[in-house]
Design a protein around this ligand. Structure first.
Ligand SMILES: O=C(CO)[C@H](O)[C@H](O)COP(=O)(O)O
Length: 236
């Protein structure tokens, strides 16, 4: 099972890079997580790799770029990105995503929003069609630390079950993001594809919320590695 999942991650990542990375691309967004490890590996195998500048979505992503011998850039230097690749925690039928399982959602959204093309790579477990169906930990929401109780209260009023993400066993107290903030995981149950944008706007409007892990209308194409060794693609 674990081997099948790993193979499908690699399959999706390699196919996404091979089919979408073009000779005229210069600035590439590299996401976070275990699937993107294979994206960075494939980009690093490119004969053109010297001319790429790669923009990370967090600390792990930065290390992947360096370890694969790629040039590192920053979002400040490159507000326009030719193409970005990233993983997802769940994907719905409209290519809306839950992201932030690795607590990198702010920079992931910044990079995706700066990219002309945003491609999602994932194994077959992520493609459930409905957000909240397979990913039961809740929507990751990055909040300014001093606002976490206020935001939690308001998320409850919106019908969610908020939970500040713990840093245990590695750290006593909450997870602290690369930006010095907390993550609230808020369970809203299953979210129909039609109501995702509205829920996202409501969460985003709460004072203290830096960004949500709901990505609506951002992914242009998904590459899903299936358990039988095939790949399914979908375009928005
Ligand atoms: O959003 C993310 C990190 O914040 C990741 O993209 C998401 O968690 C998917 O990770 P993986 O490829 O390991 O399943």
């Amino acid at each position: 099972m674990a081997d099948l999942v790993e193979k499908s991650k690699k399959l999706s990542a390699f196919a996404a890079v091979d089919e979408n990375l073009k000779p005229d691309h210069k600035v590439i967004g590299i996401g976070s997580g275990s699937t993107v490890v294979y994206v960075a590996e494939r980009v690093g195998q490119s004969t053109n790799k010297e001319k790429f500048v790669c923009i990370p979505t967090g600390f792990q992503s930065k290390q992947l770029i360096i370890d694969n011998g790629l040039h590192l850039g920053s979002p400040e230097q490159y507000p326009e990105i030719d193409i970005a690749f990233d993983g997802a925690d769940e994907i719905d039928s409209n290519l809306s995503l839950i992201k932030g399982g690795g607590a990198c959602l702010f920079q992931e959204k910044l990079v995706a929003a700066s990219a002309k093309q945003f491609i999602v790579v994932a194994d077959y477990r992520k493609d459930t069609g409905i957000l909240g169906k397979g990913w039961r930990k809740g929507i990751p929401i990055e909040v300014v630390p001093m606002a976490y109780t206020k935001v939690s209260l308001e998320l409850s009023k919106l019908g969610g079950k908020p939970n500040v993400r713990s840093g245990l066993p590695g750290k006593a107290g909450p997870v602290v993001t690369d930006n010095g903030n907390f993550i609230i995981d808020c369970d809203f149950g299953e979210i129909s594809p039609e109501s995702v944008a509205d829920l996202n706007s409501k969460i985003k409007s709460l004072v203290g919320v830096v960004e949500t892990g709901i990505f609506v209308g951002m992914a242009q194409k998904s590459y899903i590695g299936n358990s039988d060794g095939t790949i399914s693609t979908k375009s928005a």
